[in-house]
Design a protein around this ligand. Structure first.
Ligand SMILES: NC(=O)NC1=NC(=O)NC1=O
Length: 244
């Protein structure tokens, strides 16, 4: 059996539920989804500062998941905050939804577009494309110019903007697939794929299947080299909970 800890790095319970539903919708029969979010931190993650704050919460949850014996961890925010630090801390695999969605997109299309939230998160997506080596695979990036939590306000406006930006991408980008650039968009992929006739990829579901694959292959985070467990040292103050 496979137990996957899905971490929403922001503290929005509504978005955690959206993410959990998307993960459970594709989980294999033997897979259990444990959806969590930090007790404290940022209600949404929309820039470098938010990501730095969120990374601590991600690491706290990864430590709890490791102690609970989960089979793998998913960082369900499109900035993949704390990904490499989480891999040092984890015994099992850690996958971010941005890298998962990007990898999946390269398997079904030669180039993909990204649709994300605020314009300032476009730079974060570009940093990840560079970090993961996908720059030449990404034809263009779009922002709906609404804050992350607009996806949870029940108005449907953000969802409509995502659809509009997907149509723009189809018309102008010459790409064969679209990557949804926010954990809160996870519930939109299947319907948009059917309606628009192009693979629209959500990173939450992609990451669930990647963790299941890694689990089935007996692959886990390498502890040979820079992703080995952190060096042991006395961490003070709020970081004391990471000791031992
Ligand atoms: N690009 C984004 O919208 N990133 C995100 N911020 C969040 O709080 N969740 C995300 O996925």
């Amino acid at each position: 059996d496979c137990i996957i800890q899905v971490i929403n790095p922001n503290t929005s319970r509504a978005m955690t539920a959206t993410i959990a539903d998307a993960a459970r919708a594709v989980a294999a029969p033997g897979t259990e989804i444990l959806a969590v979010c930090p007790q404290e931190g940022a209600p949404s993650i929309e820039g470098h500062f938010d990501e730095a704050i969120a990374a601590i919460g991600v690491l706290q949850q990864v430590k709890l998941g490791r102690e609970a014996g989960v089979s793998g961890h998913i960082i369900a925010c499109f900035g993949d905050p704390g990904l490499l630090a989480a891999r040092e801390l984890a015994s099992r695999p850690v996958v971010g939804i941005a890298e998962a969605a990007m990898h999946m997109a390269t398997l079904v299309a030669t180039r993909f577009s990204i649709v994300t939230t605020l314009p300032r998160t476009l730079t974060i997506a570009r940093h990840l494309l560079h970090q993961y080596g996908f720059e030449r695979h990404c034809a263009a990036l779009h922002a709906i110019d609404l804050p992350v939590l607009a996806l949870e306000d029940g108005s449907g406006l953000a969802q409509q903007k995502v659809r509009e930006q997907c149509i723009e991408a189809i018309r102008h980008d010459g790409s064969g697939a679209i990557v949804l650039g926010c954990g809160g968009m996870a519930d939109l992929a299947r319907e948009l794929t059917q309606e628009l006739g192009i693979p629209v990829i959500d990173g939450v579901s992609a990451a669930v299947k990647m963790i299941e694959s890694l689990h089935a292959l007996g692959l886990s985070t390498s502890k040979h080299g820079d992703l080995d467990f952190p060096l042991v040292k006395p961490l003070s103050g709020m970081f004391g909970s990471f000791n031992g």
